[in-house]
Design a protein around this ligand. Sequence first.
Ligand code: 13P
Length: 340
Amino acid sequence: MDLEKLKSTAQAMVAPGKGILAMDESSPTCQKRFDVLGIPSTQEMRREYRTMLVTTPGLGQFIGGAILFDETLRDNTLSGKSFVEVLEDQGVVPGIKVDTGAKELALRFGEKVTEGLDGLGPRLAEYAEKGARFAKWRAVYTVTDTLPSQACYSANAHGLARYAALCQAQGLVPIVEPEVLMEGSHDLTRSFEVTQHAQQLVFEALANQGVNLEGIVLKPSMVISGSDASDRAGAEEVARETLRCLYSTVPPAVPGIAFLSGGQSDEEATTHLNTMNNLDNSLPWAVTFSYGRALQAAAMKTWAGDHANFDAAQTVVLRRARMNGLAAQGHYKPELEKAA
Ligand code: 13P
């Protein structure tokens, strides 16, 4: 394992004031997002949309890494340059989603386990050869009064750790993503309990597989009230409880924690991140973003499948990236939204 290479890649992904652009929607997920806006879900449209994202002038000021889907890693932008090349030119590290999706967990109704370990070593070698320098694997945990089950916690922790070890063996930084879903009516206390337990088992499994923590990035969900909870916690409480959880589970050897947005509104996701960085100015890890929807939603709506809106959509991408880059340093203010 080339630890120095892994460390420098991880550090570039979560450099001060930078986060990660998650643009790795699988084709069915991309279709879901396009359908809402009436955009035809063809490869040409996905290419144009994603070209818009990666060619945004100045993107590299706020984005340290971009996660691609297989189709995009192999594809060229509208100008004919590959997506990988365009990202490298922007100073953005290209990465790749490598799990094959969350599937029904056998004998555990309503729960999922993430698949994709079979043949993963050679797939990672090919991705590395094509220019990917990090990878992503997402595990999901559904919350009810009785779920997740122990089977769900342990199967997903094992999968994440085996994936992470395979990545490091191929020189790729693994983004380790245990996502406790926001869907549901659980309160903040229950979110804390599930998130903490999921993370504890993930770090135990990473240790068992010999994964070097200096060469990973953790992509967790925030400790947050369920989307249908009757009394949802405010930003300060979300930030405090999320940090309290992370302090109890994440060793300081981990270079960066980059949150997913998980269905939070754009401004909520930015505010929560900003509040965390404001509450504590001696965090042992970079605390930043790896947002998908919270970075893309507004820009996708502006683009709306029409080339005439290409430049306007880039302005929107850059604004969200800038707001989150500021939040990663605790420098965001809601007034800046209007000023921008
Ligand atoms: P969201 O920020 O939309 O949750 O997506 C992040 C991601 O990469 C999920 O795997």
